[in-house]
Design a protein around this ligand. Sequence first.
Ligand code: DOR
Ligand code: ZN
Length: 357
Amino acid sequence: MSQSHSAASSNTSPSKISIIRPDDWHLHVRDGEVLKSVVPFTARQCGRAIIMPNLTPPVTTTEQAKIYQKAILAAAGEYSAFQPLMTLYLTDCTPPEEIKTAINSGIISAVKLYPAGATTNSEAGVTDINKCYPTLEMMQKLGMPLLVHGEVTHSDIDIFDREKMFIDQRLISIVNDFPELKVVFEHITTADAADFVIESSPYVAATITAHHLLMNRNDMLVGGIKPHHYCLPVLKRETHREALVKAAISGNNKFFMGTDSAPHAQHKKETTCGCAGMFTAFAAIELYAEAFDNANALDKLEQFSSLNGPLFYGLEANSDKITLQREKWTVPDSYQFGDDVVIPLRAGHTINWKLLC
Ligand code: DOR
Ligand code: ZN
C-alpha cells in the first residue's frame, strides 16, 4: 500500500492511499430491471464479487447461475473487467451431482447455506443440515467452499443470540464432520463468531461487513427505529462491534471484506414489517476505509479488502490499484433502483473517504 500525507496534517494519518483493487466476497445485486441500477457501483470498485443466490426463485442450479451471470455482466456496462463469481443456493435436496456440474462449469465459486427462514428469500433453504451431508461430502472432496448464514431460526431463540446458538448447535458439528471443507462464516456479528474463526482450522474463514464495523444496535434503536439500519444478522452491542474491528485489523488472513450490500426498494424498508438489508455497495471501500481509519489501522485495509479473500479462494489478487482520498462527501438521499428508489447507508450524511476515478 502506498500513502501520501498532507502537509497541513500534524498527525501521521495519510490524506490519500492506494491499495490493490478490492473484491467483495458477499454481495446481493438482485435481478431483472434493478441490476443496471446496482451492479455498476460494485463493478467500479471491485475486481470480483461473490454473488448471493437468494433470488425468487433461488439460484439452485449451474444452468440458472449461467443465465444470472450473463445478466450481471450485461448490467456492468462500461466496467467490463468486473467478474461476478457465482454461487448456488443449497437446499435439502441439492444433489451431490450438481456440485460436480458446478465445478466442471468453472463459473461457480461456492455454495450458500441459508437455514430455512433465516433471512430474505430463505424459505427454500435448509431445514435439516443432515439432509445435505452427501452434498457437503462432495463439496469437501471437490474443494467447493460452503458459505454460511450463521443464525438459528427457532422462534424461541432471542434474535441477538441466534449467531452464537448457530455456532454451538450447527457449525461446530459441520466443521468437525467435514474438517477439510472450506467454510466461510458470512457477515459475522459477534465476538463469539470472531473467536470461533480464529480458533478453527485454516479451512474456516469469515467475511465482515462495513456496517457491522461501523455501527452497533444503538444506531438502529436509539432515538427512534431506523429501518435502514436493520439487517440480518442484526447489529449487536458495542463490545461485539469492537471484537469485529479487532479481527478485521488484526492482519489474520481468515478475515476479509464482504459487504452484504442488500438493496431493497424504499417502500419495502419503510413499512410496518420492513425487509432486512443495508445498501452499501455505492461506497463500499470508502466505508471500510472509514472503519479502518477510525481504528488507526489504514495500513491493514489492503490485506483485508484485497489479499485475504483471494488467498482463501485460491485466486490471484487483482493486478491493478485504486486510490482513496480523505475527503468528506455527502451521500445522496436516494439512488435509482429500477422503477423505485433505494435509500443508501448514510443518506444525506457524510463519508470521510472518497474513491478517485
Ligand atoms: O440483511 C440481510 N439482507 N441479510 C441477509 O442475510 C440477506 C440480505 C438480503 O438479501 O436482503
Ligand atoms: Zn447476504
